[in-house]
Design a protein around this ligand. Structure first.
Ligand SMILES: Nc1ncnc2c1ncn2[C@@H]1O[C@H](COP(=O)(O)OP(=O)(O)OP(=O)(O)O)[C@@H](O)[C@H]1O
Ligand SMILES: Nc1ncnc2c1ncn2[C@@H]1O[C@H](COP(=O)(O)OP(=O)(O)OP(=O)(O)O)[C@@H](O)[C@H]1O
Ligand SMILES: [Mg+2]
Ligand SMILES: [Mg+2]
Lengths: 228, 228
C-alpha cells in the first residue's frame, strides 16, 4: 500500500541545505503496524509528512495504494488525504476556540454523504473511545496536554481511514493511558487498518508488527517484532 | 523555598466547574530535585503553572522564597518570574519567525545589567549544552519536535534561575537524548538549583531525589528516590 524508493528531502535555511532524508527505500503492506524510531532530528516526522501527502519529496518515488503521489497536484493530494488518511501530528494541531467535539467532526465536514446527526454520533463515539466523554465541550486551551493529544487521536479515527499515520501519539500520556490508546490502535489494526506510528519508546514499539529505525535521514535497521 | 498549603484551583467551563486542584499541601526545600507524576488530567501542569506564578490559585496559600505570592499583583509576579524562575512549558511556547538563538536570548532582554555581547555568549553556551550548536539560526518551524523542546530547555537555563520548573521536558526526545538532558539537569541540581520536573516516565523520575504523585487534583503519594 506504501511503496517508496530512493526518497530524498532537502530544506534550505539561508545558505545552508539540510538533508533531512538522504535516500530512503520503504515498502509497507496493507494491514501492517509499523513503528518508526530514531534519534531526535533523524527524519521521522519528515518521512511521515511525505507519506501523509502533506509535503513533497525533493527526489525519489512514492506510490500510495498504487497511485504515483510525487506527481500529484496540491488539490489531488488534499483529496487523497481526506479520503484515505488519518493523521496525528506531533504538535496536535487542534483548532483553537473550537470545542473538542467540533475538532473531531472536522474531517467529516468534507464528506458530503453523511448527515449532521451521523457526523455528531461518530465524533461522540471517537471521543468516548479515547476516554474524553466528559470534556467534549472544552476548547483546546481548557484541556491538559495529554487530553489535547487524545482529541487529536479521536480526530484521526473518525473518518474511518485506510491508513493511520501517528507521530508520537502517546508522547504526553502516562503509562496507563498510553496502553489504553495502544490497545485501541491494535484493535483497529486487527480489523485490517494499516498504521505507521512514530515513537521513541521501545515499550510502545513492541505493540506493533515491525520496526524501522532512522539515523541522519537513512534507515539503518528493519526488524520484525517477535513477542508482542 | 516553596511552601504550599490547602491549594485549590477551579476552572469554569459554561455551567460546569472543573476542580483541577482540590486542596494540595506541598513543601519543597532549596536544592531538591522533585518529580511530579500522575495520570493525564490529574493536575500536574496546573500545579506547575501556579508554582511558576503564571496562574493564580482559587484558594489556599503559596510562599516562594519566603514571599506570599498569592497576594501579589500581575506585575510583581512577572518580576518574580523573570528574576528567579526558569520554565519549560509542555507546549514549548517558542516565538515563531524568531531564531533558536533569539528565543534563548529572550529571558535576558529583561536584564539591564548584562551587555548584548554577554547575552549572546550565554545563549550560545546554553544551545551548545543541549546539543543544538548547528541549528542556532533555524526558526521553530524549521526544527523537529525534539529540537524545539531542547530550545525551550536552553531558554529556561540561560538567566541562571534559582528554581527551574519543567513540564514533560523529555516527552518528545529519544532515550539517548533524554539521558543527556537529564544529566544536564542533575549537574545543575548538584550545583544547588531547585528543580521541579513533571514526567510520566518512571525511568526519568528515578534520576531525581523525591517523587510526588497526583490523582484527580490531590497528592496521593510522596516518596524519597532510593537508588538514583
Ligand atoms: N483552562 C482550563 N479550563 C478548564 N479546564 C481546564 C483548564 N486547564 C486544565 N483544565 C482541566 O484541569 C484538569 C487538570 O489539567 P492539567 O493540565 O493540570 O493536567 P495534567 O496532569 O498536566 O495532564 P497531562 O499529563 O495530560 O498533561 C484536566 O482535567 C483539564 O481538563
Ligand atoms: N522546515 C524545515 N526547515 C529546515 N530544516 C528542517 C525543517 N523541518 C525539519 N528540519 C530538519 O530536518 C531534520 C529532520 O527533522 P524531523 O522533524 O523529521 O526529525 P524527527 O526525527 O521527527 O525528530 P524529533 O524526534 O525531534 O521529533 C532535523 O534536523 C530538522 O532540523
Ligand atoms: Mg518529529
Ligand atoms: Mg500537563
Amino acid at each position: 500500500i506504501i511503496d517508496i524508493t530512493t526518497l530524498k528531502k532537502d530544506y534550505h535555511v539561508g545558505e545552508v541545505t539540510v538533508h533531512a532524508l538522504r535516500g530512503v527505500d520503504l515498502k509497507i503492506n496493507e494491514g501492517e503496524f509499523v513503528a518508526i524510531m530514531g534519534a531526535s532530528g533523524s527524519g521521522k516526522s519528515t518521512m511521515l509528512n511525505i507519506i501523509g501527502c502533506l509535503d513533497r519529496p525533493t527526489d525519489g518515488t512514492y506510490f500510495l495504494d498504487g497511485v504515483n503521489v510525487a506527481g500529484m497536484s496540491k488539490n489531488e493530494r488534499a483529496a487523497m488525504r481526506n479520503l484515505k488518511l488519518g493523521f496525528v501530528f506531533q504538535s496536535y494541531n487542534l483548532l483553537s476556540r473550537t470545542s473538542a467535539l467540533e475538532n473531531v467532526e472536522l474531517p467529516l465536514m468534507y464528506n458530503r454523504v453523511i448527515s449532521a446527526r451521523e457526523r455528531r454520533e461518530k465524533a461522540v463515539a471517537a471521543l468516548e473511545a479515547v476516554g474524553l466523554a466528559d470534556r467534549m465541550g472544552h476548547m483546546p486551551n481548557q484541556l491538559s496536554g495529554g487530553q489535547q493529544q487524545r482529541v487529536a487521536i479521536a480526530r484521526s479515527l473518525v473518518n474511518d481511514p485506510v491508513v493511520i499515520l501517528a507521530d508520537e501519539a502517546t508522547g504526553n500520556l502516562d503509562t496507563r493511558t498510553s496502553y489504553e490508546i495502544m490497545s485501541l490502535f491494535q484493535d483497529l489494526n486487527a480489523k485490517g487498518k494499516t498504521i505507521v506510528f512514530v515513537t521513541h519508546e521501545p515499550d510502545i514499539a513492541r505493540c506493533m508488527t515491525r520496526s524501522v529505525v532512522f539515523r541522519d535521514g537513512h534507515i539503518i535497521r528493519e526488524e520484525e517484532v517477535k513477542n508482542r
